[in-house]
Design a protein around this ligand. Structure first.
Ligand code: NAD
Ligand code: ZN
Length: 342
């Protein structure tokens, strides 16, 4: 089968022919219809310091997808041939303290699809049945593939209620853009989006942003105060992984407000804990992965009900063999979500 493989300990990847992965009794063989590119895949392509420490080539990459079950192991009971599935990318163990205590998203032993286990940028994929998600029939493939990152946005937005609240979204990458649509659907009264990338700010308007701010040219904290009658913002959602943006959020947040952090920072961050956290009595949530599977239920309903239409965010489609074009667009920030037809 053809697949995009990280073959060497250097920058780049290869589109090559590899053997079909082997199945165990609880595994499922899936024919991938559509996959989508995540920032993680670009890190692996570029062979960043993180990737060098995290991944051992050769590895088929990718963790977002939708596909059809083609064969099941002899002990599989939850899916059958022909089911259209996506999957939780955190391949959890099911027995550690976190898995058995309602926090499977931070399973001690989880393996990451496309990093520790051969991934979705391939014609065929093998996964254990317990991570599979059966898709609603009315969700098209182009949307079904983005449910995994959409779930990150769901948990970041809904760490607390946002209805009739004012919300500042930092970073309008694909996940910040999903969050904009989710905040809108959940009845946020004011949505402000900050990103230095004007292409992405334009998409955020389509997703429901009332005000967009370019932090390179405008003062985020001042504009946010002006828009909230000098109260400051109720909710900050951090999707940039940028220390400066984080401080914009902490300056803009109203005392007693909350901030949810999904963005991943390259190095340790510098914030004024006394002034911006303790004396403001704000609540901080670290968000990682998705709640398994309660977030998948919410994601599926946001999409299948039409509450959130992610079409403006899905800006480009390529064939799998042209994956490098997608990676380049992502590095340049001239895209929303890029999907790959297998
Ligand atoms: P992305 O890199 O596409 O988007 C980040 C956006 O932040 C970009 O549009 C960029 O222009 C913007 N940005 C940069 N500097 C900024 C600033 N000073 N102010 C405002 N915006 C700024 O990433 P994504 O795929 O949308 O993911 C969002 C973040 O979440 C990333 O940091 C990613 O690594 C992280 N992430 C975390 C998890 C998790 O489980 N915690 C999962 C997926 C992604
Ligand atoms: Zn576990």
């Amino acid at each position: 089968m053809n697949a995009v493989v990280k073959t060497k300990h250097t920058k780049g990847m290869e589109f090559i022919n590899v053997p079909i992965p082997k199945m165990g009794p609880r595994d499922v063989l899936i024919k991938v219809n559509v996959a989508s590119i995540c920032g993680t895949d670009v890190h692996i392509f570029d062979w960043t310091r993180w990737a060098q420490h995290r991944l051992t080539p050769p590895r088929v990459i990718g963790h977002e997808f939708v596909g059809l079950v083609t064969k099941i192991g002899e002990e599989v009971t939850r899916v059958k041939a022909g089911d259209r599935v996506s999957a939780e990318s955190h391949l959890t163990c099911g027995y550690c303290y976190q898995c058995t205590n309602g926090y499977a998203e931070v399973c001690k032993n989880f393996k990451l699809l496309g990093v520790d286990h051969d991934g979705t940028f391939a014609e065929l994929l093998v996964l254990p049945e317990h991570v599979l998600w059966k898709n609603e029939p009315n969700i098209p493939d182009e949307w079904a593939t983005i449910q995994e990152p959409f779930g990150n946005a769901v948990d970041t937005v809904l760490a607390e209620d946002v209805s009739a609240k004012t919300v500042l979204i930092l970073g309008a990458g694909p996940i910040g853009l999903f969050a904009t649509g989710i905040a809108k659907a959940c009845g946020a009264s004011l949505i402000i989006v900050s990103d230095p990338n004007n292409y992405r700010l334009t998409i955020s308007k389509k997703m429901g942003a009332h005000i967009t701010i370019n932090p390179r040219k405008q003062d985020v904290a001042r504009l946010t105060l002006e828009a909230t009658k000098n109260n400051g913002i109720d909710v900050v959602l951090e999707f940039s992984g940028n220390n400066q943006a984080l401080n914009h959020g902490l300056n803009a947040i109203t005392p007693g407000g909350r901030i949810s952090l999904l963005g991943i920072y390259e190095r340790r961050v510098n914030i004024d804990l006394n002034k911006d956290v303790v004396f403001k009595k704000i609540r901080i949530y670290g968000i990682t992965g998705r709640k398994i599977f309660s977030t998948w239920h919410k994601t599926s309903r946001f999409l299948s009900s039409g509450l959130v239409d992610p079409s403006p965010i899905i800006t480009h489609q390529f064939l799998l063999k042209d994956y490098e074009k997608g990676m380049r667009l992502m590095k340049d920030g001239k895209c929303g979500k890029v999907i790959l037809k297998i």
